[in-house]
Design a protein. Structure first.
Length: 110
């Protein structure tokens, strides 16, 4: 199922996916209740979508778990604004300066 959703995300978001990646992480933490559960459930989705788009999967999976805890998301709107800044930075790193984040190690791709 995640591969199918990842292919759809790759098709519809294209180069905007890194920004969506951060939002997916934020929503998944809200749904699952923890960063660990979010990483387990949505990490592969982030990785496969990035690979399909020819982007760095380390960047997108890192954006998925960038320190978002449910209590912070629920209680503060400031944190959500900060998340927007993170989404913007991840998008800039993916589209403008793609070499800033190290690439994934060979042989770890799906």
């Amino acid at each position: 199922m995640f591969y199918t959703v990842a292919l759809a995300l790759a098709h519809y978001t294209r180069e905007l996916f890194p920004a969506f990646s951060t939002v997916i992480g934020w929503l998944s933490v809200s749904l699952t209740g923890s960063v660990t559960s979010s990483a387990v459930l949505f990490g592969k989705l982030q990785q496969v979508t990035a690979i399909q788009l020819g982007m760095n999967p380390v960047l997108t999976t890192s954006a998925n778990i960038a320190g978002r805890e449910t209590d912070l998301v629920r209680r503060t709107w400031k944190y959500s604004l900060l998340l927007g800044v993170v989404a913007l930075l991840v998008g800039l790193q993916a589209c403008i300066t793609p070499g800033v984040v190290p690439q994934d190690m060979p042989g770890l791709s799906p």
